[in-house]
Design a protein around this ligand. Structure first.
Ligand SMILES: Nc1nc2c(c(=O)[nH]1)N[C@H]1C(S)=C(S)[C@@H](COP(=O)(O)O)O[C@H]1N2
Ligand SMILES: [Mo]
Length: 321
């Protein structure tokens, strides 16, 4: 049985790692074969806005909040904007051109579930209501690469306040757009589209949880998750959901995109921990994509002081995968 042939695709600790490798196996199991993974990733429409035409461009740059510094050199913009994960546009790193097919206006954001009043709001109206600032965050992908990026945007707690959740709301679920005419990756039916992620409300209200709407002092590029993307720097990158269209408040813990695909490898909490291996590789260090240096990975990606208290009472939970 194919399921027994795991050794043939398992990676050694030092190999280049990719979340997509699991899917190679998954598609083989489903009888699709590796060819199916690349089909549909070519061909993209012209950008819906030419350079400089993003309607939010005049909002940036915004004032830097110096409470959040990267602690090492900022990654050059050309790396952070051309080495991406955005499976909607292909399960490899070079999706920045293909992602230009993403149409970012009009962009309606739905707020629903356990809130005082369900609503839909356009991204520019939302931006006008939120206090924008810039923060430098370290970003650590579960694949053991990392970067240091200046995000502009607003604290997620501001959006939570605006949404006015009911007292029984415990989780905030976020959802990416779904439109396979723009996103060829979404034709790959074995993924559980749309991409979803979630935080507890307590995590969402933590000072570090940030909605990124800008990058390097400009509107956030499509490939990085325009026009609205989550940044939770103590968690692995797959939690940082891009191009959000819905915020859903609920009392039930959801199963999110990566957990649904492979709960053995990707969990709900996904907090960074150098001592807890990914089943297929070590998480002890990481490759900085700007310098190509290997550096030690820190517990909670170095944000222990801000977030460790969130997990004090979660004894049996698997916090680190
Ligand atoms: N909708 C969506 N969001 C996503 C992803 C994705 O494939 N689709 N990939 C995640 C992963 S694994 C990482 S590491 C980051 C990468 O963000 P960047 O390309 O801006 O560095 O986006 C995250 N958000
Ligand atoms: Mo990632």
């Amino acid at each position: 049985m194919l399921i027994r042939s795991r050794k043939s695709w398992e990676l050694s600790e030092n190999s280049v790692t990719s979340e997509s490798r699991y899917l190679n196996r998954r598609s083989i199991l489903k009888g699709i074969g590796v060819g199916g993974l690349i089909a549909g990733t070519s061909g993209f429409a012209l950008p819906s806005f030419a350079k400089g035409e993003d309607p939010s461009a005049s909002l940036y740059p915004v004032k830097r909040n110096t409470a959040y510094e990267g602690g090492r050199a900022i990654t050059p913009e050309k790396f952070a904007t051309t080495y991406n994960n955005f499976y909607e546009f292909g399960s490899h790193k070079s999706i920045s051109k293909a992602a230009q097919a993403l149409k970012i206006r009009p962009w309606m954001v739905k707020i629903d579930g356990l809130v005082e009043k369900e609503m839909e709001i356009g991204i520019d109206d939302l931006l006008a209501k939120m206090p924008l600032e810039e923060r430098i965050y370290r970003h650590r992908c579960v694949e053991a690469w990392s970067m240091v990026v200046p995000y502009s945007g607003f604290a997620l707690s501001e959006l939570v306040k605006f949404a006015a959740p009911k007292s029984n709301a415990k989780y905030l679920v976020m959802e990416t757009f779904q439109d396979k005419s723009m996103a060829p990756g979404q034709r790959q039916f074995w993924y559980p589209w749309p991409y979803t992620e979630a935080l507890t409300l307590e995590e969402a209200n933590n000072e570090l949880s940030f909605m990124a709407t800008g990058l390097y002092g400009k509107p956030i590029p499509k490939q990085n998750g325009a026009p609205l993307r989550l940044a939770v720097p103590w968690k692995y990158g797959f939690k940082h959901i891009k191009s959000i269209v819905r915020f859903h408040f609920t009392d039930t813990r959801p199963e999110t995109f990566w957990e649904d695909l492979n709960s053995r490898e990707y969990g709900f909490w996904a907090n960074v921990n150098p001592e807890v291996r990914h089943p297929r590789w070590s998480q002890a260090n990481e490759r900085d994509i700007g310098t190509e240096e290997r550096i030690p990975t820190l517990l909670y990606n170095g944000y222990e002081e801000q977030v460790a208290h969130l997990y004090k009472d979660l004894g049996k939970e698997q916090l680190f995968k």
